[in-house]
Design a protein around this ligand. Structure first.
Ligand SMILES: NC(=O)c1ccc[n+]([C@@H]2O[C@H](COP(=O)([O-])OP(=O)(O)OC[C@H]3O[C@@H](n4cnc5c(N)ncnc54)[C@H](OP(=O)(O)O)[C@@H]3O)[C@@H](O)[C@H]2O)c1
Length: 174
């Protein structure tokens, strides 16, 4: 029953994450929304709980995750969506831009999952959904950074599915 679920949606203030959040809220689920700027989407719904965080900053991200796990023992779903695109030929990017891009668009998803997965295993239920891209299937011109992150995310999600799907955890992954 969707009404009994509590879903953590990252990047809930805009775009795809915002649409997912709105749809879940209308279905009666409780949603914990994460973003830097909630003023862009601020529905007055009692089943919506917002946390301000920054997926480009490891310390802020870790503090937010620890707070959420402590305050929401009934959290049972993660929609790992926050991210952005950056396109251009590889040599136009500095090493800092490459590192920052991969941190927000791949590493932060891995860190978040690393902290949430033990909680889901403990409560013996849950779903994790990653928002991928066609760029995870084939690289293309100007897409080196974006494809690297999305290929990585796809490999990561396949691996944790293999690690987590067992009778012990009675997982059902699609
Ligand atoms: N749009 C597409 O055509 C498309 C296609 C395939 C996949 N995707 C993927 O779908 C996901 C969402 O994309 P979108 O098009 O919906 O983007 P969007 O409209 O720009 O929304 C991005 C969301 O992520 C949040 N976000 C971005 N950087 C953040 C950060 N450093 N810390 C915290 N939150 C951050 C934004 O919130 P704040 O700005 O408030 O922080 C916003 O809520 C991404 O992973 C993207 O790669 C998009």
């Amino acid at each position: 029953m969707i009404k009994e679920r509590k879903v953590l949606v990252t990047g809930s203030s805009d775009g795809i994450g915002r649409s997912i959040t709105l749809s879940l809220l209308k279905s009666g689920a409780k949603v914990i929304g994460l973003a830097r700027d909630h003023s862009k989407f601020n529905p007055e719904m009692k089943n919506y709980i917002k946390y301000k965080t920054d997926f480009s900053n490891e310390e802020i991200l870790l503090n937010t995750i620890a707070k959420i796990i402590k305050e929401h023992k009934d959290l049972d779903c993660l929609v790992s969506n926050a991210g952005f695109g950056k396109f251009g030929t590889l040599e136009t990017f500095s090493s800092k831009e490459i590192n920052d891009f991969i941190f927000t668009n791949l590493t932060s998803h891995m860190i978040l999952t690393n902290k949430i997965l033990p909680h889901l295993k403990k409560i013996k239920k849950g779903n994790i959904i990653f928002i991928g891209s066609e760029s995870a299937l084939k690289g293309g011109k100007n897409g080196s950074l974006y494809s690297a992150a999305k290929f990585g995310l796809r490999g990561f999600s396949q691996s944790i599915r293999e690690e987590s799907c067992s009778k012990k955890y009675s997982c059902k992954f699609n």
